[in-house]
Design a protein around this ligand. Structure first.
Ligand code: ZN
Length: 269
């Protein structure tokens, strides 16, 4: 079911890790950002769009993780964009013939085993480096590219609507997930990305994280502050009093504490 969060901006929430797909209405159809996870959910989204009489005229993947790269034949054949670095990372992932089999194997351990359509995964077109806005016929959508969480990660600012689509940052349930590789570098990249988002926070009335709850205007700066405090505590080797981990984690999200413990182990190496 689509829920309007601002004029012409609708969110489709998945049961899997509270993933948010975002629909932006344009002049001749919609821009669809990170469509969703299971085949039946994406099917439901396609039905909603048909009822609205809105074809998908463009797609966008915020970053090169499988849960943000999915598509379904019923959504049509509009161009699907990502940053150049995102597209390059996807190409590299998929150059390995076993990549999709590995994703499917990983999914076997989750509640969505066998329900995720992988056929059209990752067929995205990289926009030239430095592209400022998503090329489409609708409200201006600014691309804020950074390297936190994953290479070529983009947050999208729907300028006229005051909506920030944050990708896998600014979640109320997930702590910052650092990119693979050197942890110290990943921490600095995360702090840089938070500064970029802070630079637009004053223009944001609604923040939509890739996973978690949609937040209102007061939430944008609060979530930036929370993510920054978490990352700084990691950098400084301090205990984190983050409400998203430990006993204060939301029911069903206890596994986030395990992710945190894993990060602490990476840091200790
Ligand atoms: Zn994700």
């Amino acid at each position: 079911m689509l829920r309007q969060v601002a004029e012409g901006v609708l969110v489709h929430e998945s049961e899997f890790v509270q993933s948010n797909g975002v629909v932006v209405r344009g002049r001749a159809g919609v821009l669809l950002i990170d469509p969703g996870v299971t085949g039946s959910e994406i099917d439901c989204l396609a039905n909603d769009l048909r009822e609205l009489g809105q074809p998908v005229v463009a797609g966008f993947s915020t970053h090169p993780d499988w849960d943000h790269l999915l598509w379904h034949a019923r959504l049509g054949e509009a161009p699907r964009y990502g940053t150049a670095r995102c597209a390059a990372a996807v190409r590299e992932q998929l150059s390995d013939a076993d990549a999709k089999a590995r994703i499917a194997a990983h999914l076997i351990e989750t509640e969505v085993a066998g329900q995720v359509p992988l056929d059209l995964l990752g067929l995205i077109t990289g926009l030239p480096a430095g592209t400022a806005h998503v090329p489409w016929d609708g409200p201006q959508v600014r691309i804020i590219e950074h390297q936190a969480h994953a290479p070529g990660h983009a947050a999208l600012l729907i300028e006229e609507r005051g909506v920030l689509v944050a990708g896998d940052m600014l979640s109320d349930v997930l702590v910052p997930m650092l990119d693979d590789g050197d942890v110290a570098t990943a921490i600095e990249e995360y702090l840089t990305a938070l500064r970029l988002l802070e630079g637009v926070a004053g223009d944001v009335d609604v923040v939509v994280p890739g996973h978690g709850s949609v937040g209102g205007s007061g939430q944008v700066q609060a979530r930036i502050d929370l993510d920054r405090a978490y990352v700084l505590a990691l950098r400084n080797g301090q205990d984190s009093a983050d409400p998203r981990i430990g006993p204060s984690a939301k029911p069903g999200w206890e596994w986030v504490s395990d992710v945190h413990e894993g990060l602490l182990r990476r840091l200790a190496q």
